[in-house]
Design a protein around this ligand. Sequence first.
Ligand SMILES: *[C@@H]1O[C@H](CO)[C@@H](O)[C@H](O)[C@H]1NC(C)=O
Ligand SMILES: *[C@@H]1O[C@H](CO)[C@@H](O)[C@H](O)[C@H]1NC(C)=O
Ligand SMILES: *[C@@H]1O[C@H](CO)[C@@H](O)[C@H](O)[C@H]1NC(C)=O
Length: 494
Amino acid sequence: MRTAALFSLAFAALAAASDVADLKKDTFNDHIESHELVLAEFFAPWCGHCKALAPEYEEAATTLKEKNISLVKVDCTEQADLCQEHGVEGYPTLKVFRGLKSVQAYPGARKSAAIISYMTKQALPAVSVLDKDTLKDFKTSDSVVLVGYFGADDKASNETFTAVADSLRDSYLFGAISDESVAKAEGVEQPSIVLYKTFDEGKNTFDKKFDEEAIKKFAKAAATPLVGEVGPDTYQGYMSAGIPLAYIFAETEEERKELAKELKSVAETYKGKINFATIDAKAFGQHASNLNLEVGKWPAFAIQDTAKNQKYPFDQGKKVTVKDITAFVDEFSSGKVKPSIKSEPTPENQDGPVTIIVANNYDEIVMDDKKDVLVEFYAPWCGHCKALAPKYDELGELFKPFADKVTIAKVDATLNDVPDDIQGFPTIKLFLAGKKSEPLTYSGGRTVEDLTAWIKENGSHKVDVSADKKEATEEKKEAKPAVVDIDDEIHDEL
Ligand SMILES: *[C@@H]1O[C@H](CO)[C@@H](O)[C@H](O)[C@H]1NC(C)=O
Ligand SMILES: *[C@@H]1O[C@H](CO)[C@@H](O)[C@H](O)[C@H]1NC(C)=O
Ligand SMILES: *[C@@H]1O[C@H](CO)[C@@H](O)[C@H](O)[C@H]1NC(C)=O
């Protein structure tokens, strides 16, 4: 009896040692629904970034417990279904839950202080209740703030506005005021929403029927400046906007402000067709080389067709003036400007195991409709690419006897403009004979065996090189899992 009691005490102590709840398929939903605010980590035991996060996460959990904020974890190697249900694609994935319906990615650093600060802010109400006196300061407390004007008894408007605030609270500040006389003084009728901003026209009003989607759309459009700024926070948004982006490179903030002001008229003309944004040439000048501009010659201007990844640099021998830029943008818009193509010289021979692709011979090699062409898009600085290089050479050798059917090729995507949208290095694609418009992207292990099997099974020609079995088996042991630590793969240019 006595021993048993001691044991259970010891177990109780062990269990209490962690403030991070370890959730499983049958406990996850209950836990999320019974806690107002939860941060969940989806992890795998083998993942390095997860191991580094663990002590930070524990520390944050202990602090946040006192504020009723729960930190949980889910081991995706045991709870595969649960992780798939929540769209987990890499480890660790951190998500903020307010019930099961409101879920957002955790955007902060993976350090206890950052987690504590972010989650504490999340626990505050999303909408600040304002009055006549606090409104004035609130309007200018950030570059974009939204204020809801609705009556104290208008529960429906209040709820809709609060729901929008909950989902956009990371992007903008939200306030609300029920005093009708204040709404009148601001020149609006209840219910409506005013977005106050420190740029362009200063404010925009939403006075249609309160609807979550409509308000979100309004906020996004009104908060995007006519001439914005490209930076780490905005780059992805511009890239996925579906329209070209015109960059204005300048070194100082004054210069950028000045140019933005001058070029506003062009931006106005092409609003909704081309985005315009300044970019800090001191901090992100290297990005100019991606647009085929010479780094260091500032100010500079270029347009990027984000859909086709084509670049249209403005002649750096000319000055960036409203007149010349307007003419350039007009010509671009009417299709008269040719994209600039960056290319290494075409190789004189292709004697190596792997065919070398440059921009100039890309079409000739990749689009050869008779062959399955495997292309590795690499960057010279990428560690995983270096690790792959000897195996890729081996792969090239193996396919040499089948050169009429399969080409194993690689391209340095930092020195050559390729039409493909490359998100990380290395990216490996197979361009199929007879089906060039739908290349397959490889996501398997980076081993000779896996790659040859993939080409055999998925290539148009089904070429089987029957790789040396023994060697291949050994390699399989060190194959990387298909899901990798997210940070390893993506190189953020900005
Ligand atoms: C935490 O939540 C419980 C139950 O909902 C509640 O009784 C308690 O007052 C809360 N504590 C704090 C600090 O909010
Ligand atoms: C909106 O509803 C909340 C919760 O009922 C309340 O505290 C707040 O005062 C309301 N806002 C306005 C502007 O009436
Ligand atoms: C062929 O492609 C399919 C779909 O992408 C994939 O599931 C399969 O594993 C591939 N075959 C090999 C041998 O990798």
